[in-house]
Every structure is written in C-alpha cells, then in structure tokens.
Design a protein around this ligand. Sequence first.
Ligand code: ATP
Ligand code: MG
Length: 576
Amino acid sequence: MRYTQMLIPTRKETPVDAELPSHQLMLRAGYINQLTAGIYTLLPLAWRSVQKIAQIIRDEMNRSGAQELLLPMVQPAEIWKQSGRWDHYGKELLRFTDRKNQEYCLTPTHEEGITDVARQFIRSYKQMPINMYQIQVKFRDELRPRAGLMRGREFMMKDAYSFDVSYEAAEKSYQSMYDAYCRIFKRCGLAFRAVEADSGAIGGSHSHEFQVLAQTGEDRLLSCPKCGYAANEEKAEVKRTIVKSTFTPSANTPAMEKIYTGNAHSIDEVAEFLHDTPDHTLKTLVYLADGKPVIILMRGNDNLNEIKLQHVLDCETLVMASDAAIEEIMGSKPGSVGPCHISIPTYADFNVVDMHDVCCGANEADHHFIHVEPGRDFNVTKIDDLALAKEGDACPHCGAPLEAFRGIEVGHVFLLGTKYSQPMGANYLDEAGNSHPCVMGCYGIGVTRVLAAAIEQYNDENGINFPTAIAPFHVIVAPMLMKNENVTSTAEKIVAQLEAAGIEVLYDDRDARAGVKFKDDDLLGIPYRITIGERNLNEGMVEFKHRADKDNTKVAVSDIVDFVTKRVRDDLKLGI
Ligand code: ATP
Ligand code: MG
C-alpha cells in the first residue's frame, strides 16, 4: 500500500482532551476520529489492526469448536422484558420507538438474542454442547465515555454463548473459552493476567476477567506472589484469622461522651483533631438499597466494597445517599453522622468487631461521640465482609500479603447458569424425555478495547510500537530520495517481493525529508522499517530497524526480503 494513497491524517499537536497515551497516539497517528462523545470512526490504519485482532479471535474461537453467527443489533423490548432486564439494565441501554410506537433497544450485550435462538432451535440434549459467537458493534450509553476506544459508547465486541446440559458440562465449555482467551491474548502479543471477577449485572455464579497489565489501567487488581491467586479488587477476598459475628464490648471503655469537633468532618480531620489514627475512628456511610436507607460501618482506614455490600443486602439497586437524603434520614449532614441512637438497618464490616473505644459522628452538626463501644453503645443488623481488599492484606488461600497492580479489562468469561434460559424458556429434553433449562456461559472480548490496551502497553515518546501480530502493516519501506531512480526502483522491487511473500508493506512514497518520514513512521508503530538511501545502495546495502531498536543495521539488498520475511514470520509464530 502506498502511503500517498492511504488516508493517514497524522497530527502534530497532542489533542488537549486526550489523557491516556493510547488515546493521544491513536488521534495523532490518524487511527481514529471522533464523531461525537464515545463514538469514533476507525480510519483505515485502525481498521486493519482491528480486523487482525478479530481474525486471531475468530481463529481461536473456531479452534475451540465455537461457530460464528450474527445476531440483530436492534432488538424489540419484548425479549428484554422476558429476561427481566428491560426494567433493570438502566440508562446504558439506549431505548427508542419505531413508527408504530413499538419499543426497541440497541443491544449492549446479546444474552437475550442468543437465548431466543436457543429456545427455538435447541430441543434435545444431543444438540449440546454448543457455543455460538459473533463479532459485532455494541452500544452502551456509558455515563462517562473516556479515552477513545477504551470506553466508547459504540464499540466492537466478540461475544460467545455456550449452552450445556448441566453445570458440570458448562464448566468444561467455560474452561475451553478460558483456554482460548489465553491463546488469543498471547497471539496478540499482550502481557495479560486472568483474575477472578464479580459477575456484575449479567449475573451468574463465577467469572474471570482477562486484564492487560498497564499502569494506566482503570481496574485495580490484587495477586498473591506465593500461590498465584489473582482477583479484581472488587472481588478479592481476604483471609481472616478470627471471624466474629457479634461484638464483645470491652469493660474498660469509659462512658460515651459528646464533644465539639468544629470543622473536622472527614475521617482524617477528626482523627487529627483527636490526636488519634483513622483506625480508631468509625466510618459511617448511608446508602439507599432498593430505595430504603441502610447504614454501613467501616473501620476509618478501610473502604467499602459496594459489590460485596450489594451481595450481602441482596438488592437490585444500591446508591450512596445524597447529602440532602443523609440529612433527612440521619438528622445531620455527612461528616457528623454515626450509628448511635438510630433505628435504621445497620451493617458493619468484620474489622469493626476488633474496634474498641472508638469515635463516631453524633448526628448533630460539628459534634462527635468519643469512648463509643460497639455492642454497648450501638448494635447492628449484621456483621459481614464489606471492606475493599488492599495491598498487604492476607491472601485468602495462603495468607501471604497480596500485591496490587493495574489492568485494562479486555475480556470477561462468565458461567451464567440458567439466569436467561429459565425465564425465557430455553429448555431441552434429556434422554428420558424430561425438560430442563439449558446451562449457559457467556464470553466477551472488547475487540476495539484490545487495540487501545495494546497501544497502552506498547508505546514510547516517539509513538506506537505494535506487536507484529496486530500492527496495521508488518513493514514500512522508506526510500530517502524519491527523485533518485535507483532508490525508488529498488524500493519498489523490495515492496513487490515482500508482498509476494505475504508480508504487509506500507510503502512510504512521500516526497518528504528523511526526518519527516522517520518521525511519522515511528508514530504509526509499524514494527519493521527498511530505509533505502543512495549512499548505502551504492554499496549494495539497505538499512533495517525494528521500531524498538535504537540503531539501524545494514543488510545487503539481495538478503533483505528473506531477512525481513523470516523476522515477521517468527514474530507471528511467537505471538510477539
Ligand atoms: P467495564 O467494567 O469496563 O464497563 P463490563 O464488565 O461492562 O466492562 P462486559 O459486559 O463483560 O464488560 O463486556 C465484555 C468486554 O467488552 C469487556 O471485557 C471489555 O473488554 C469490553 N467493553 C465493555 N464496555 C466497553 C466500552 N464501553 N468500550 C469498549 N469496550 C468495552
Ligand atoms: Mg460496563
């Protein structure tokens, strides 16, 4: 492909509203263009890379025995009502009506669509296991679309759905997808990690996320260096030596006392005011669970894990109460609230059990109680595991201190069970003629997010530095003097020979200075560059360089095609 004929609208300036390197670089290198918030055009370079990622996914899905289909993107409300998600999905589901006033949505995920297929065509145990997948655009009206393709409103996903006769069989389908995902991300050349994850709004019993390791990643992850346990912070469990479900008040705590704490409102401010540490201060949070107030008590230096709380409360919606709501419920502003003399369902984290003689809000402006003894001065509805696990906490399996790292979620596998098959009536007949709901799994990969994540992992101050498997081209051929007949005819010969060997070449045929070409070529991130200059050519040589190398190496014109072809093929084999 000739550079002059391809749409590569590079920009000199770093776009001001792009924070992440991948977002900046994709805009600067002419990969993407924003149409409106969270909605992007994939320009030719990005589209080539995305198609390569999609092809690797397709290869490995097919290898695992899955079959490709294409489900409609516009779906009637009816099937979403049958699954129960029409009412629960929230505003990410973009809904609209057609000319006949029928309700529709743009699909954010396709469990309903595929379950509808299954209930019509899977009748017998003999038709399972079956796994169907598609690679298609999804729409989610994200509250905060960000970082270009990383969190778009319109984005491309590979989604697969397995149907099995039993949980035991579904576990096998799940494992086969887990293995396929490992092969996919390895072939894409990415450093990744599979971590235990929460099942979120899709529901189901267990799941793993595939996380591309990156300091800029949105997800906080924890792993055990000793036994290999790894989980999303939201899901991570912590080993507790003693688990108590009731308070044992200490007899040594003096009587509770109300004191004026002035402008000290946050946990840190109150601790400082009292010349104490945050772990002796009780954190009181007010939430609305399905609209009803609940109080959550945490040790001052712990943070609440909302997902764990939602599981404990078993509620559909959980939102933090607004300042106005807190004032109405507790009679005072946030910063002075506490659990004493209050009759609202109250939940405490396990760590509160070990606290004695604590300080908490007095439900009166600018006042706190001190010498508060849990179990004596207040009680709770339930004590449970509510704290967000953090670095240094004990691994749930082996007790070693957990390590923190960050990642970008590029894939997610769920064992769903019968969450959709049951309400939607996707049943099969067993050997004895009895009917059962199919046991499902679902498996997503954010295809466009993989591209962003790859750039996040592979970039330097000069631009992108793609793994060969997902680069838009393998090689860039850059003649240094377009006016020199010998230079251009050699370049064109090399391009033709490489292309004949199946190597994808971007031929930088611009009549531009060497500096301009090198700068742009580095920005684009194509792994290999062959530079053809007059002086070297007179000695029968060209220059060769990997994007990550500092210096060029000289290679004989007669050897360059074989040399580069071998390098590219080796990379693709190794998945670099
Ligand atoms: P997130 O927590 O990042 O919102 P999710 O849990 O909602 O992700 P899934 O429903 O599991 O995501 O979707 C499958 C995959 O699709 C994710 O692993 C991710 O790679 C990708 N994905 C999800 N939302 C987006 C988005 N807004 N933009 C780009 N890719 C996305
Ligand atoms: Mg999401």
